[in-house]
Design a protein around this ligand. Structure first.
Ligand code: HEM
Ligand code: HEM
Length: 196
């Protein structure tokens, strides 16, 4: 197996992290807890995007990063899950309440604006289904596909209430990422049908 290429992934993550940290300087005077909330959210969101995109490039992962798909997918998905868990924990710390984990159902707007809450549970179910795929059997993929829904909910949530996303450049980036994930969803459905 080729060695060293995995570092490309590390460099990519570092570049994204530098941009994410730089974005925080656009909000001078924000308390440190806001930095934790936003940096964890953005980095987690980008890692999850990476986990989804890699699923469309199973064979290319070896060529690009010198590692099999699952190694790259695990690295990005675990980093993403840890970060998007630190994110609401920091929100709970700031609010001094664990209620921030309860999905809001009082209106469609608050459901989507606070859509990170249901997204967090969907990501949990999706990841658990992958870990237990040996026990669940073929249907695990159905549960794992909840990751797509989680990503789209998180996109709307970020666009509606994310401080760093209150500008057209970031909204465009988020919109493009959501469309990219739609392309992966469609492509995976087509390629699965071809294999059947
Ligand atoms: C944030 C967490 C994760 C996200 C967002 C994610 C996302 C995805 C997506 C979108 C797919 C394509 C599924 C489809 O269209 O049918 C996929 C495939 C897959 N994922 Fe994950 N995943 C995550 C975590 C995990 C974990 C923890 C594992 C293993 C324990 C895992 C193992 C797999 C496997 C084996 C595939 C099948 C690849 C194939 O043959 O098509 N994933 N993942
Ligand atoms: C219980 C779960 C969650 C809670 C309570 C929550 C809460 C929040 C809050 C209060 C903000 C606004 C922060 C600010 O602008 O200062 C925010 C932003 C954000 N959240 Fe969440 N969220 C949750 C889950 C998620 C998940 C699972 C994701 C991604 C998969 C996510 C992605 C984002 C993003 C990208 C932003 C924008 C950050 C920024 O503007 O820099 N959130 N969230």
């Amino acid at each position: 197996m080729k060695k060293g290429r995995f570092e490309y992934l590390g460099v990519l993550v570092l570049v994204v992290a530098a941009v994410v940290v730089a974005l925080q300087f656009l909000q001078p005077g924000a308390p440190p807890i806001s930095w934790v909330i936003r940096i964890a959210a953005l980095m987690g969101y980008f890692c999850i995007f990476g986990a989804i995109v890699t699923s469309a490039y199973l064979r290319q992962m070896v060529r690009w990063f010198g590692r099999p798909f699952l190694k790259v997918h695990h690295t990005l998905s675990i980093a993403g899950l840890v970060l998007v868990t630190i994110h609401p924990l920091a929100v709970a710390w700031q609010a001094l309440s664990l209620r921030v984990f309860i999905p809001a159902v009082d209106s469609w707007y608050s459901f989507f604006a606070l859509g990170g809450r249901p997204a967090w549970y969907l990501l949990g179910v999706g990841a658990l289904a992958a870990v237990l795929r040996g026990v669940i059997g073929k249907k695990w993929r159905l549960l794992h596909a909840l990751n797509y829904l989680a990503f789209w909910l998180a996109t709307v949530h970020g666009i509606l209430i994310g401080t760093s996303v209150q500008n057209w450049a970031m909204r465009l980036v988020f919109g493009a990422m959501a469309l990219g994930v739609l392309a992966v969803f469609v492509q995976k459905r087509i390629s699965t049908r071809r294999r059947d």
